[in-house]
Design a protein around this ligand. Structure first.
Ligand SMILES: N[C@@H](CCC(=O)N[C@@H](CS)C(=O)NCC(=O)O)C(=O)O
Length: 234
């Protein structure tokens, strides 16, 4: 049986869960708390999740996990073999993972209103002491990460200009198309969907997304094709 090791509220979980769902691969979920980070390092020396375990084999990093799944479970392909389409999928997946990710992290967990709602959700499975402590230190820790990455130094107004440009880009890719790459669902759709879904947890982005009917219809299309999320929404 495949086990997907995850941290709560991570958008990378959803990318992999939907991939497994789409291919009809049964899996079980193991959620780790932030208090268990030392134990997570035994699984992945970088301390990051998700990681997929298939028997003795542990694959870390959602991109490597996605390629591992595609190679070992080739049914209902999500990574095209055509080199041009494959390259487009890679570029979009990497944009989602390495750019959109920082927007969702910053807007969801550090901005007023969103922070108060989402931080308690992130730490609700910790023990009482860590729940109290992490609720105090996590927003500052995230600002340090997004600050060194760069977007955490921008004003909220500027971040929303950036995010709207990203949504408009997806809207443009969907002009006359059902999917982001080629004419079928791919890993690119799952990676970008997962980040947009997380961005939706920030009120101002939820309102913005609602103004893009082609994008919201595409998100529903992704959901129709990849089933309900596994067991729990964290
Ligand atoms: N590139 C990695 C990113 C995974 C990642 O950043 N996961 C976060 C949760 S959203 C994490 O594990 N954070 C804990 C840490 O950085 O120690 C992937 O695609 O799996």
């Amino acid at each position: 049986m495949i086990t997907l090791h995850q941290y709560h509220l991570s958008p990378f979980n959803e990318k992999i869960q939907r991939m497994l769902n789409h291919k009809g691969i049964p899996f079980e979920e193991r959620y780790w708390t932030l208090g268990e980070r030392k134990k997570v390092r035994a699984l992945n020396p970088t301390g990051k999740l998700p990681a997929l375990q298939n028997g003795e084999r542990v694959v870390c990093d959602s991109t490597d996990v996605a390629h591992y799944i595609e190679q070992n479970f080739p049914q209902k392909p999500l990574i095209p073999s055509d080199p041009r389409l494959r390259a487009q999928v890679h570029v979009l997946e990497d944009w989602a993972d390495e750019s959109l990710y920082f927007y969702e992290m910053h807007l969801r967990f550090t901005t007023p209103g969103n922070r108060e709602r989402n931080i308690p959700r992130m730490v609700e499975h910790e023990g009482a002491f860590l729940r109290w402590l992490l609720a105090k230190v996590v927003p500052g820790g995230i600002v340090r990460i997004t600050g060194s990455q760069g977007i955490g130094r921008k004003s909220i107004e500027q971040l929303l200009v950036d995010v709207e440009r990203h949504i408009t880009a997806v809207d443009g890719l969907l002009d006359g198309a059902d999917w982001l790459v080629g004419n079928q669902l791919s890993l690119a759709d799952l990676a970008v969907y997962a980040m947009f879904q997380a961005l939706r947890d920030a009120d101002m982005v939820a309102d913005m997304l609602a103004r893009y009917p082609a994008v919201t219809a595409w998100m529903m299309r992704v959901e129709e094709h990849t089933g309900t999320r596994a067991a729990r929404r964290d």
